[in-house]
Each structure stands twice: as structure tokens, then as C-alpha cells.
Design a protein around this ligand. Sequence first.
Ligand SMILES: NC(=O)c1ccc[n+]([C@@H]2O[C@H](COP(=O)([O-])OP(=O)(O)OC[C@H]3O[C@@H](n4cnc5c(N)ncnc54)[C@H](OP(=O)(O)O)[C@@H]3O)[C@@H](O)[C@H]2O)c1
Length: 323
Amino acid sequence: MKAVKCEIYGPPEKVVRITEVAIPSPKENEVLIKIHATTVNDYDWSLVRGKPYIYRIFFGLFKPKHTLGMELSGTVAALGAKATKFNIGDAVMGDTSNYGFGSFAEYISINEKAVVQKPQALSFEEAAAIPHASCLALQALRDLGKIKEDQKVLINGGGGGVGTIGLQIAKLYNCEVTGVDSQEKVATMTSLGFDHVLDYKKVNFTKAGDRYDLILDCKTNKASLSYLKALNPTGRYVSIGGKPFNLIGLLLWGKLVPLFSSKRLKILALKSNIGLDYICDLLAQQKIQCQIDGPYPLEDAGRLIQYFGEGKHKGKIVISIKT
Ligand SMILES: NC(=O)c1ccc[n+]([C@@H]2O[C@H](COP(=O)([O-])OP(=O)(O)OC[C@H]3O[C@@H](n4cnc5c(N)ncnc54)[C@H](OP(=O)(O)O)[C@@H]3O)[C@@H](O)[C@H]2O)c1
């Protein structure tokens, strides 16, 4: 089968290549999945370059130990001896990151818990495009952020994969939503439904004087205590990721702030596929939509990771795998 490999760190278009490898046999609790679609994520961009350097503690100090690709949709092609969740031929989807990676390939053998049944209403491309970003958005807003009707919400990095789904979830709660992103995305974000859009190069939302009930931050790049200034008295700030140094500060201040304030600073640790059934229902009922950039062929993987890193994509970059 064809699989995308990256054996040294470097620029995606130079170090990512297609190889021929054997189809993996499923171990006891695994299923073999014939992959129909996968997507490009922040994980792939970081893994290929080994940056930020601190990530090499997990990725491999001198060369990448992990494989590329975390989201997929496909069909179950074989079952491990103790796999009971699916039948051969079932259509499945999921964010596999809690169980391993490797979805830039024609087949993957992975723990059966890494995927869920794909609803018929969704195409394979849609099913691959939603598990990671939508679960990040849902778990951040609903589970950690405790979002309520009619709140004032700010999404930093609002024009990205998580932000655009986050906006749609917040709108289900009739919230007034401000998005922060680059000037180039203002028109698109306004047309998507953001009530206000701020250009992060011109406005520092923590100093602008407005206060929010809930902040979802996809970029965490400011000092932890500065976020308190942008929160209402019982407001909650939830980070899903950002600069490692700022995240460490947030982890510490998140424990200390409740000692002197009713505001909260939280960091989300994603639980893959939790809430995905709810998101699938919303999509099937057309209450939310996912934006797809592509689909593109597997052979373009290196170029697509570079394209992702340059921030030129509009929506989720989907790779369609045809055999
Ligand atoms: N918590 C967890 O367990 C977990 C697990 C996996 C991933 N993550 C995190 O999830 C995040 C991925 O979010 P995503 O998929 O929405 O990313 P994305 O699609 O890359 O979107 C990020 C958006 O932020 C914009 N942006 C860049 N710099 C900014 C700044 N200084 N201020 C405001 N906006 C800025 C980007 O614009 P440009 O395109 O113009 O740069 C882009 O539109 C990453 O931080 C990743 O580390 C978290």
C-alpha cells in the first residue's frame, strides 16, 4: 500500500515522500481500516519540522518517531481477534490521536476505540474533516467553558479550523461572538457570522477595554494574567493551545486565580471523539457546516502541509485516498 513517510525533520516539500509498505495486520483489539479521506492538522506541520523544538521530546529528539495524519474516515476491512465494536464493511471516522497516528496511508490498523460509526448523512470527506477541530471547539466551549445562552464570547484565532466551528456552536446558544484573526480573514469571518472581528496585528483584545463571559483561545501568546482584564467578573478563559512558555504560565495561574477571583483560566486536554456524535447530529441537521479545502490527492501531502503552515487554506484541508 501507499503510505506517506517523513524520516528527517525539515521543510515539508523536501522531507515528506510517498513509499510502498506492507498493509498492517490488526492486533487483537485493532481494526484494519481502508482509509477514504484524511486531513492536515497543526500536528503534521509541527511533526515534519520538529518545531517548536520542545515538541521533539515527544516527537523524537533527532528524527520523527511518529507517523503523519490523525483524522480519518474509511471502511473496516479486517478485525483483530478481540475486536467486537464493528463489522467488516462498516463506515467509520475519528480522531485517532489518543491511540496513535498514521492516517496518511491507504490502510491503518488501530485500536477499535479510536473510531466511531460514520453517519450515512456525512460524506467521507466531511467525516474526516470534523473530528479533531469540532471536538476541540465543543469541549472548550461546552465542557470547560460552560457556555450559556446570550453570553459575550471571544474566539482568538477565530478564522481557523477550531474557531469557525466554535463560532457556529456559540451561535446555537445565541451568543454575541467576537473573532480575532488576521486582516485577510475579516471579510470571510464576517460572512460566516462573527458579530465583530478584530485584527490581531492592530488590536490587543486584552487591552481593548471590552469584557467577555467566555474566551476560547487557539493561540495563547500573552501573559496569563492579562486575560483576566478581558473577562467579566465570573468569566472563563479556555486555551486549546499556543506558545509552550505561555501555556506553562497558564497552568500555574489557573491553579492560583481561584484563590482571589471568581474568574477562571483553563487549558483543554482533548479527549478524542468525545462529543463527536453530537457534532455529527448538528451537521446532519444542517445546524452547523464544515468548510472543506480540497479534496487533494495523497501524493500532494508535503505541499499541503506547507500550504497549511502558510495559513493559506480556507477551511479544513482534506486528502482523498483513492485506490
Ligand atoms: N488542547 C489539546 O488537547 C490540543 C490537541 C491538539 C491541538 N491543539 C491545538 O489546537 C490549535 C489548532 O487550532 P486550529 O486548528 O483552529 O488552528 P488554525 O486552523 O491554524 O487556526 C489558527 C488561526 O489563528 C490565526 N492566528 C495566527 N496568529 C494569530 C494571533 N497572534 N492572534 C490571533 N489569531 C492568530 C491564524 O491565522 P493565519 O492562518 O493567518 O496564521 C488562523 O486563522 C493549536 O493551537 C493546537 O496546538 C490542542
